[in-house]
Ligand binder design. Structure first.
Ligand code: ZN
Length: 299
């Protein structure tokens, strides 16, 4: 009897930058499986001394970063969807309004072009083997819109249905119905707290344009009533900061943005999730403080 959590992420570092505390907590309290869909070959390299890396060598390098980060978070079960290098990072482009789009010139092996059934079938095999009670991934727009995040969402949701369908590919193991599916989210009610944290850190300019009066919030924000559960980051903050620092090719932990969202100590932060499918969170505590709240963990 144990809590088993599976997370589906698009690129190495997404798991730490978005759900690092969640990974560390449930690796300590139960069992965690991380599924990473690509090796991030199209990422922008932020460290000058790593600028020699190319799209052909960055994936291998980021796999090494992933190994080091998972060691910091205590996660031992982490795999790539379909195996290493099965799906390639699709890249992205941003228009003048700041909206993210797929590239016009897509690599033939990129995740955005993956056959949905084929990709989901890889995940079905993992779900049936690991039998997670909770599956977490991105929302319908992939948080900020990266095509690989959107695709990870689609693959995870399709695989959730197929894994529980006994007549679908019985050769991949007995049907397993995940009890609860969660999508990562930001809590709209946390905006004043975010502004206060930015002020506290002297980084107010980071939020310029984000929360203008009358403007819509960025799409990853949802009303507080829809936040089903959240993980308080503070107990895991040191591990998460260390793990994020392993991704030197992608993340400069001294950058104000990363200080604000993940690294600077002693500020309140939560990793929040909305309920997408399955068993509702029990009434009472809202948001729940445990992704498994109210679930039976008997098998
Ligand atoms: Zn990503």
């Amino acid at each position: 009897m144990s809590a088993r959590l599976m997370l589906v992420h698009a690129h190495p570092d997404d798991e730490t930058s978005q759900t690092g505390a969640t990974l560390a907590r449930y690796a300590a309290e139960g069992r965690v499986t991380l599924v990473t869909c690509t090796l991030g070959e199209a990422g922008d390299i932020v460290a000058d001394d790593l600028s020699y890396l190319t799209a052909e060598t960055l994936g291998e390098h980021r796999l090494g970063e992933l190994h080091a980060a998972m060691a910091d978070l205590g996660v031992t079960d982490y795999v790539r969807l379909g195996g290493d290098f099965a799906y390639r990072d699709s890249g992205m482009t941003t228009d003048e309004q700041g909206t993210v789009h797929p590239l016009d010139d897509l690599h033939p092996d990129c995740f955005w072009r993956a056959d949905l059934l084929e990709a989901a079938t890889h995940l079905v095999a993992l779900i049936r083997d690991r039998r997670p009670q909770v599956l977490a991934t991105y929302d319908t727009v992939g948080g900020y819109g990266h095509p690989d995040h959107v695709q990870a969402h689609r693959v995870a949701m399709y695989a959730y249905v197929l894994a529980g369908t006994a007549s679908f590919r019985p050769d991949l193991g007995g049907a397993w119905t995940v009890s609860r599916v969660l999508w990562t989210a930001w809590d709209a009610a946390s905006v004043p707290e975010m502004v206060a944290v930015a002020d506290q850190l002297g980084l107010s300019e980071l939020l310029t344009g984000w929360f203008d009066p009358g403007a819509e919030l960025p799409p990853m924000f949802v009303p507080h009533e829809y936040i089903g559960a959240r993980v308080h980051e503070q107990p895991w903050a040191a591990q998460v900061a260390s793990a994020l620092g392993r991704y030197r090719s992608q993340v400069d932990v001294d950058d104000p943005w990363w200080q604000f969202v993940k690294v600077a100590p002693d500020v309140p932060r939560y990793e929040s999730f909305r309920l997408a499918a399955g068993v509702p969170f029990p009434p009472g505590e809202h948001p729940a403080t445990d992704l498994f709240a109210g679930l039976s963990l008997d098998d």
